[in-house]
Design a protein around this ligand. Structure first.
Ligand code: ZN
Length: 279
């Protein structure tokens, strides 16, 4: 009897450890040394994790759920996503691609997703690999709700300042982190600070996406100024730059969507935008 009780207790502990969906980060943070050189001062969810230069990064430590074999994770979220179906966008439609960088952020990204849903707006989230591994639930939510996930490097480094080989690491590890959570690698890449040179362009095999309208939300942190910037700069096929790590961006988004909808814009992902440009 005692053996049975012990076995049940042991199994319960294992199950809790394997299937806990909490995003506190505790499970993940434990194996890491506080060795990041990344400046998180602009982010409002500071997480100290290893940079790609550190050995523990070579063996990314994921949330236990995401550590399940790829086939089990991928197929589940691919299936959820496929239920959304492919959208048909008229080649003559006036379109705008909203993009959100530097997340995922468990609260701000979620708030943004809720607002986008109300306008049936699809957007693109250029995610930082370091944060992807800490917030797998948010990553899955973005994907399952029909948005595109882009690569924004692992540690938000300025690529032009990296050593040989590090650019590739920044990109590959981030693609791998996203793949292990949603079963699909990002197809688009945005360099932090828009910083590029010819050598880096040659190294990057993904579609590079910059922007045509900066909202300066990261500078102003003022919800009302986002609409002002958007209304001054928006044009057909505009790529609008915002960040899903500032509560002020989420606060200002509703009026931006309202305005753009009134102007007759359809909200598309960057890959949808490129597909339209090829028509
Ligand atoms: Zn960025």
């Amino acid at each position: 009897m005692r053996i049975v009780r012990t076995a049940i207790l042991f199994t319960t502990i294992i199950c809790i450890a394997l299937f806990s969906e909490k995003e506190t980060g505790n499970l993940l943070i434990a194996p890491f040394a506080a060795s990041s050189t990344q400046d998180w001062s602009q982010a409002d969810s500071p997480v100290t994790v290893a940079s790609p230069k550190n050995v523990q990064y070579k063996v990314p430590v994921f949330h236990s759920y995401a550590d399940l074999p790829d086939s089990r994770i991928g197929s589940r979220y691919q299936l959820e996503r496929s239920l959304l179906g492919n959208r048909e966008i008229s080649p003559t439609a006036k379109v705008v691609a909203l993009t959100f960088d530097d997340g995922p952020h468990p609260e701000v990204t979620t708030e943004i997703l809720n607002i986008l849903d109300r306008y049936n707006a699809k957007a693109t989230f250029f995610m930082v690999g370091e944060r992807v591994q800490y917030y797998p639930k948010t990553v899955r939510d973005v994907f399952a709700r029909g948005h595109e996930i882009g690569n924004h490097t692992w540690s938000h480094s300025n690529l032009t300042e990296l050593k040989e080989g590090e650019v590739e690491e920044e990109i590959t590890y981030t693609n791998e982190a996203v793949y292990r959570i949603i079963g699909k690698k990002p197809a688009v890449f945005r360099p932090p600070y828009g910083s590029l040179n010819d050598l880096i362009r040659q190294q990057i095999k993904m579609k590079i996406v910059l922007w045509s309208a900066d909202t300066f939300d990261y500078k102003s942190k003022d919800a009302d100024l986002i609409l002002e910037e958007v209304s001054n700069k928006v044009h057909d096929k505009a790529i609008i730059l915002m960040h899903d790590i500032y509560p002020s961006t989420a606060d200002g988004l509703e009026s931006v969507l309202q305005y753009l909808q009134e102007q007759g814009y359809t909200f598309v992902t960057v890959s949808e935008l490129f597909a339209l440009e090829q028509k």
